[in-house]
Design a protein around this ligand. Structure first.
Ligand code: SF4
Ligand code: SF4
Ligand code: SF4
Length: 155
């Protein structure tokens, strides 16, 4: 969101991305450069352009990987992340019961609770990772964990 707020927010698609939000996500991951958004080079966006340069600095264009950390000290095994992750809900209906009692887990299952703690199983199916041209700015697990035990980052 920090990067997005300095983009033109017109969704003009000149960068080849469907939305400015998609561009912001790629910018964060180092997949595109600020100059790929050509409208930003117009004088009226000079302040935005400079702000983005300041925010990204020398990290511009350096590809980063998604990291989802679960702090097992904070986690109390409530199962909300298991229920609420849209990938779990879509591909592993048993997870809608909360604790995902089926073990071993379904192929696409991202989270399950085992021995009272959340386990991250298959980050490669997270909606934040591009698959078949689809990539989404999902942050549901991090947002709804009541213990703030989940952190999404790019490293
Ligand atoms: S070119 Fe810039 S303004 Fe247009 S969609 Fe891409 S990021 Fe948004
Ligand atoms: S929502 Fe948070 S506290 Fe609950 S199981 Fe998931 S990581 Fe643990
Ligand atoms: S970011 Fe979204 S898709 Fe990825 S693990 Fe969290 S809830 Fe699931």
């Amino acid at each position: 969101m920090e990067l997005y707020k300095f983009l033109p927010k017109t969704n003009c698609k000149k960068c080849g991305k469907p939305t400015c939000m998609a561009f912001a996500l790629d910018l964060l991951q180092g997949k595109v450069k600020i100059d790929d958004c050509t409208p930003l080079l117009e004088p009226k966006y000079k302040k935005n352009y400079d702000a983005l340069k300041d925010l990204i600095g020398s990290e511009e264009g350096k590809e980063k990987e998604l990291k989802i950390d679960v702090d097992t000290e904070l986690c109390d095994g409530c199962g909300i992340c298991v229920t609420i992750c849209p990938v779990n809900a879509r591909y592993s209906p048993p997870t809608l019961s909360g604790k995902a009692p089926d073990y071993p887990p379904e192929k696409h299952q991202l989270f399950q609770v085992k021995d009272g703690k959340c386990e991250l199983l298959a980050i490669k199916y997270c909606r934040r990772i591009e698959a078949e041209g689809r990539e989404r700015e999902c942050r549901v697990c991090e947002t709804y964990c009541p213990r703030e035990a989940i952190k999404i980052d790019y490293v």
